[in-house]
Design a protein around this ligand. Structure first.
Ligand SMILES: NC(=O)C1=CN([C@@H]2O[C@H](COP(=O)(O)OP(=O)(O)OC[C@H]3O[C@@H](n4cnc5c(N)ncnc54)[C@H](OP(=O)(O)O)[C@@H]3O)[C@@H](O)[C@H]2O)C=CC1
Ligand SMILES: Nc1c(N[C@@H]2O[C@H](COP(=O)(O)O)[C@@H](O)[C@H]2O)[nH]c(=O)[nH]c1=O
Ligand SMILES: [Zn+2]
Length: 356
């Protein structure tokens, strides 16, 4: 009976940790958005979450928020990710926990980061702390999906996103659309949702044709949040300098063939790719080097299909509008067994796929 009760408390507290951590989405990356609570006799006496990138970790903030520090020795610290054991931008949290005299720690999941990977838990146990690992593991893995993907697969978490007509086209026939502007298939509500999504990821990418046809901005305008790094494929260096994607409101990275070597300008920089090698693995390597742990791919069809065919994607978010086009740019195709959720977004159908 006591055991069942205790498990419920563990889950409840871990769920609070995840809730606190979620506020960091779009701010803490590439650091994980950790949440922590300090519990004394079943009551939360301190809470904290990871500060924006470079700032304090969740454990530090949770401990700092406890007014009566004398209670720490009899308290349990709940934290969604294993406390760190290394000097990064901040000193090790495991040392702080020991120093503050906390003797019970409940951890959601182990940190796969090579500098931690069990060393934080070992450090706590060596100092006499009782450490329990593995509470709400599935929820924690989902919460830390960007961080875990980056650490484990050495590439960003990849989200594919597009809007398609009711009969499966990404854009109508050119005769039916204006030049240099997107053809809006999805509803305003979906467009606002997309801007929230943009603010949650570190980067956004489109192919050459999309820049030529749509002249997109790829910024966060209909939501609050940071602009992601704009990544553009332009192997042949054909895109004009005046394209909106090169505006100075956000940083842009252009993937261009090594033999082209254009000059960086404004907030736009060029990175050389080897045209004799596959582009997507090179892209993943470049983003990994830059510590970009998530990216949203917004089209077009050719670019999206390459990610799908290579299995280089983690999630796909598809809006299906109400209008039929009959002809145009055919939407990419995804394996149907990967559908996990269907819902409505304004007038559109929103289908989510997970590549697991
Ligand atoms: N409804 C929606 O959600 C969206 C609709 N769209 C629409 O889709 C259309 C564009 O789609 P699409 O024509 O498929 O074009 P893309 O935007 O996918 O661009 C394709 C081009 O990008 C370059 N490229 C992409 N991947 C690679 C690679 N691995 N190696 C080298 N070059 C690469 C190539 O350019 P090159 O050969 O010139 O070097 C290729 O032809 C537009 O009309 C746009 O309006 C676009 C985005 C979203
Ligand atoms: N047409 C279409 C989309 N198009 C995507 O949005 C880009 C335009 O971005 P911006 O210039 O920042 O508003 C465009 O180039 C393409 O990648 N997205 C959607 O959610 N629904 C739509 O119907
Ligand atoms: Zn830490």
């Amino acid at each position: 009976m006591f055991y069942i009760c205790k498990v419920k408390i563990h889950e409840k507290m871990m769920s609070r940790c995840l809730q606190l951590g979620k506020n960091g989405l779009g701010n803490t990356a590439p650091n994980p958005m950790v949440g922590a609570v300090v519990v004394h006799q079943g009551r939360i006496i301190g809470e904290g979450a990871t500060s924006p990138f470079g700032g304090a970790h969740a454990e530090v903030n949770a401990i700092a928020s406890v007014t009566d520090k004398s209670l720490l020795a009899e308290s349990t610290l709940y934290v969604a990710l294993e406390p760190c054991s290394h000097y990064g931008k901040t000193p090790p949290c495991a040392d702080l926990i020991v120093r503050e005299g906390i003797t019970r720690v409940v951890v959601g999941i182990k940190d796969p980061h090579s500098k931690v990977a069990g060393k934080g838990i070992a450090r706590l146990r060596e100092a006499g702390c009782e450490v329990f690992v593995g509470v709400l593991e599935t929820e924690c893995r989902d919460h830390f999906k960007r961080f875990l993907c980056f650490q484990e697969k050495k590439r960003p978490y990849i989200i594919l996103k597009w809007a398609q007509s009711s009969d499966g086209f990404l854009a109508p026939d050119p005769s039916l659309r204006k030049a240099d502007a997107p053809y809006w298939i999805s509803s305003p509500a979906s467009q606002r949702l997309v801007h929230q999504w943009r603010a949650q990821e570190m980067a956004i990418l489109v192919g050459t044709r999309t820049v030529m046809d749509d002249d997109p901005s790829l910024t966060v305008r209909h939501a609050v949040g940071k602009h992601p790094l704009r990544v553009v494929i332009d192997v042949e260096h054909k895109l004009p300098k005046h394209a909106s994607v090169f505006s100075d409101v956000a940083d842009t990275l252009v993937l261009v063939a090594m033999d082209k070597q254009p000059q960086d300008f404004g907030r736009t920089s060029f990175t050389g790719i080897n045209r004799n090698m596959e582009l997507l693995p090179q892209l993943c390597g470049i983003l990994y080097e830059k510590q970009i742990n998530s990216i949203i791919i917004e089209g077009g069809a050719y670019t999206l299909q390459q990610f799908i065919d290579r299995g280089l994607w983690d999630e796909a978010r598809i809006f299906t509008g109400t209008r039929a086009f009959e002809k145009g740019v055919t939407a990419p195709s995804l394996p149907q067994d990967k559908i996990v959720l269907e819902s409505k977004s304004g007038a559109d159908r929103l289908t989510l796929y997970y590549n697991v």
